[in-house]
Design a protein. Structure first.
Ligand code: SF4
Length: 348
């Protein structure tokens, strides 16, 4: 899978590195000083990930925990994200990663103890000032949170950390069904695995190389049966002629696999792009029906459906969920204009 594995020199004997190398005996090994010296230095087209993917193993430096943009998660609570990986093995054709880095190569940062210490520090500072508030942390801002956990092996670090931070929540957001590493952990009520779902035909046409909807639903059922809290994202919602029927079907399918009262939250978000990502979609997927849709530049400069259209789509899907027994207070709108849903402040 990886043609070259670049390793920061201080990590050459790291137990996780040795384990990874055992899995890829045919990859070429290159010792480097710092990931940033090589990763993205020469522009590599995004779609080369189909045929040529390299792996970088390093230690994340700089700001390890960042405040998430406004309207990122459930309202009224602060949201932070931490970064332990760049890029993704999947290829969703709307993915913002195609416009973000200069390379689709995978980077795994292995200094989880350091990242965990910083999370604990940030949590403690906030908690001292606002002892009544919950704090949210999100993994996988630039990657899928579960897809490579068998390789990266970080879950144990974060379960240990969040067991001692009961006033904090951790969201692991994924389209993967790789739940093996997760099932090795004792479930914690403050670590929520959240699955992004779309109607089956949209998964096929847009979520390229990701597990099919049915398999994601099965992973949800298994995690729920084993006591792991579940969140759901219907995001990105894409309009087509079958929009109403297929989202009704998706809601029915979801609730066949998990009862409404077991879902911590469902976020809804329509497809959106920065200008740069939209240009990449035009270049990388010129045949995609995404490009036939009518978008406008909206309140935060992102490219979206116009406001009445978004309002209509989000209200439809929300009502479909409410009609099937999902409590309205568990549904929120992701990265939306707050005025679209005054009940929910919004988030990215
Ligand atoms: S799973 Fe997420 S990070 Fe990976 S390609 Fe799809 S949208 Fe991008």
């Amino acid at each position: 899978m990886f043609e070259v594995i670049y390793i920061e020199k201080q990590l050459l004997d790291h137990p996780r590195v040795l384990e990874i190398l055992k899995k890829y005996p045919n990859s070429l090994i290159q010792k480097i000083d710092k990931v940033e010296d090589v990763f993205g230095r020469v522009k590599k087209p995004y779609l080369q990930k189909r045929t040529n993917l390299n792996l970088f193993l390093g230690e994340k430096k700089g700001q390890l925990v960042k405040l998430a943009p406004p309207a990122y998660g459930l309202s009224g609570e602060p949201h932070y994200y931490f970064v332990h990986a760049y890029n993704c093995i999947y290829e969703c054709n709307y993915c913002y990663l195609q416009g973000y880095f200069h390379s689709p190569d995978i980077v795994l940062y292995l200094n989880h103890e350091e990242i965990a210490l910083e999370i604990a520090r940030v949590a403690s500072v906030y908690h001292t000032l606002h002892p009544k508030n919950n704090i949210w942390f999100h993994a996988g801002e630039y990657s899928d949170s579960l897809a490579l956990t068998s390789l990266s092996g970080e879950l144990g670090h974060y379960f240990k950390l969040f067991r001692n931070l009961p006033y904090c929540n951790l969201e692991l957001r994924t389209k993967s069904v790789n739940i093996r590493e997760l099932l090795k952990e004792e479930p914690l009520q403050n670590i929520i695995t959240s699955f992004s779902l779309s109607p089956a035909h949209r998964v096929k046409s847009n979520d390229l190389k990701t597990p099919p909807l049915k398999n994601r639903l099965e992973a949800i059922r298994e995690l729920n049966a084993n006591g792991f809290p579940i969140g759901i994202h219907f995001d990105p919602i894409i309009y087509d002629d079958q929009f109403i029927e297929t989202y009704e079907e998706l809601a029915d399918q979801l609730l066949d696999f998990i009862s409404a009262d077991k879902i911590r939250y469902i976020s809804l978000g329509v497809v959106r792009f920065t200008k740069e990502v939209y240009q990449k979609v035009q270049k990388n997927y010129p045949e995609s029906d995404l490009l036939a849709q009518e978008f406008v530049r909206s309140f935060d400069n992102k490219i979206r459906y116009n406001r009445p259209m978004r309002l209509w789509m989000l209200s439809k899907v929300k009502q479909q969920l409410i009609d099937r027994g999902v409590a309205p207070e568990r549904i929120y709108l992701c990265m939306e204009d707050t005025e679209l849903d005054p009940m929910n402040k919004t988030h990215e």
